[in-house]
Design a protein around this ligand. Sequence first.
Ligand code: ADP
Ligand code: MG
Length: 796
Amino acid sequence: MDFDEIYEKIKTAATLEIKYQYINFDGRKMNFSKFMISILKEVLNKINRVEKPAINELIVLFESYHLDSVGSRKYTIEKTLEVFARLRKLIKPKNQRDEKEKTEFKEEIEDIDVSFVKGVGPVVAKLFNKIGIFKVKDLIEYYPKKYIEYSFQNKIKDLKLGEQVTIFGNIYKVTHFTTRSKLTVLTVTIKDSTGFLPINFFIKTTNRKLIEHYKKEYPLNSFVMVIGKVKFDDYNSRITLDKAQIQVIGTNTDVELSKNTIVPVYSLCEGLNPKTLTNAINNAISKFQDKIYDPIPAPILNKLKYTGKKSAISLIHNPNSMEEVQMARSRLVFEEFFSMQLNLAILRNEVSKSDSIKLEIKKGGLADKFINGLPFKLTSAQNRALAEIFKDLNSTTPMQRLLQGDVGSGKTVVACAMLLCAIENGYQGAIMAPTEILASQHFKNFSAWLTPLGISVGLFTGKNGAKLKKELCANLKNGQIHVAVGTHALIQEGIEFNNLGAIVIDEQHRFGVKQRNALLNKGKMPQMLNMTATPIPRTLALTLPGDLEVSVIDELPANRKPIITTLGSNLERKKAYELIKREIFFKHQAYIVYPLIEESETLSAKAATIEAQKLQEGEFAQYRIGLLHGKMTSDEKEKVMEDFKNQKFDILVSTTVVEVGVDNPNATVIVIENAERFGLSQLHQLRGRVGRSELQSYCALITQSASAEVRNKLNIMTKTNNGFIISQKDLELRGPGEFLGTRQSGLPDFKIGDIVEDAEILELARKEAIEFISNNNIEDYPLLKKEAESYNLFRG
Ligand code: ADP
Ligand code: MG
């Protein structure tokens, strides 16, 4: 008898006794008081020590019950019911206890080690770790990378000679023998519900180990898809497949016999059998199903008509149709994007709660003076961006703006005007660039623009000598330097500002969040503008932190002509060289770029050096050629750039160091060798070295590749000069990781979502996340908060 049953019995007996008006009624075996004493003694064994005195007291009362007055009997019964009502609350109800026994684990699935799943021993656990599965949750959320549908399968007993067929079945046995001519014949026998089919593979080896290795590729019982053409095997006088391919797709022996027509395929690692993985996943789902909670609030699920998490998880791993896959998938993608967007929204809320420096914008002030003194008029896109920036500066809310402008669109003047606002208000400004060439180019521009206005500029790079560094640091600290231009050197320890008020990060995607924050921390909440010349496609921008608002300079200065781009091999190079000569005749200049051929700066520097020499001795013997590569010191690089700008060379031969931001408006031709080795965005950047003035410019892409894929990719360059179109294509072709090129970029790894293909869900998730955060307190949704916080990892 458990406690609940005892309680029921006591209640029933007491109710009867009350009904009979306390007569100590006779039951079948004994009277009421004796029955109560016996049952109370049983209770003593089931409760803990502190409760025992109360029960003993009741026993004493019932021992004198048969002698008591009606009043005392009434008291005893009331007291008993009271004690039991209290005890009952202390002891957990039966069903709750049972549930706890079922799951056994107090922790949640994100804390329970995967080795607690049935079928996951130490060896398998190690393999799981290799593919990023550590906890039960990782396993359950290890989603299939694709599915194989086998509704169009052929059955072994119906095979017809000469037919191209697809068979699904299980590996029944794998045998081998070695012929006298040292050829090993491996026979894999496939079984489906209708028969057996042997398939032979011929391997030129007698090495036992190697043969065993081949055999391991066909684990017994594993479920496979076999493709091939039916033929008659004369040697064995039976039917087999010619040029057969066997793909192991999983899982358990009965898959083929079940009604399933879809089999999930997972990414595996060497040594990991698909069957082991799917079994573990299914074991984990059934064992821990009570711990699969849904982080998405029910109203959102209802509104968007998404299924619950538990059913989505079970469908994604065991679907009956592709519609089910679609349904489960879009819900899980939404969950991922929604959590990530919540994280961004929380982050933004935090940032905008803190106070930043507010800068007054004066009409006719420094910024206006600077702009009016330029030899050109700002484009309307530049003006619009500046107005947006000024509005941000004129508020205590920290600026969270990304300035995107295609190469040559004139971001530098916008940045300079922004920094002038800080100076006007008595603060210092800083601009950080990813390379020394770029930093020193900014330094030259800023010095030329700002010295006439009485503003001093300092250049901070890694190559500053100790003495210069000391002097610069002192002047930065005492406020004599108004604008600091530099590389990463700016965020070194020991660099202190007097009162930093505004920051520009040039080519922001080349910096990590940490580095940007390090510069922010050099002041007391300065305003910060991020800039990029690699237009970031909208979906990608939506997944990056900190850049809520985007200003776009989508217009080139009016005098620009679209760059004419051509694509070809040797003949194209010949034409391009003729073009270079013609342009040099008109006193213009050219770039010839050689990519990193080997994955080493040294080797590619060597390659560029040799090419430069060849050109100087051959094709361009009468011309002046300069050389730029990554192995030169920064002084050397800078001198070459300076000389090129001052037209001391006609042609600059370069590795890709010339890619970022280098500005020589007089250059009109760029020849890019081995163009197939570059991503589209990088090509666009390189091409942007020309076309930086009113002069007609040209870009020749040279490739020896005959691949249609390569040609199609490169052809995009010949069709458009629009950086946004190009970067979108680049993102589609290479994927987000490659596109951003750095893990520091703050882009999370998604388990199932694809920001290119699932762009629509991303937009939806973003909208829902923003709405959710503005109407709810995330603290009320601990599960959701936890999911959102898992994305903190990517915030550097
Ligand atoms: P990017 O956006 O690629 O950094 P820059 O700021 O280096 O471009 O500008 C490219 C060139 O165009 C520079 O030589 C710059 O002086 C010039 N420039 C900038 N704005 C204008 C304009 N509105 N009209 C004409 N030339 C401009
Ligand atoms: Mg630039």
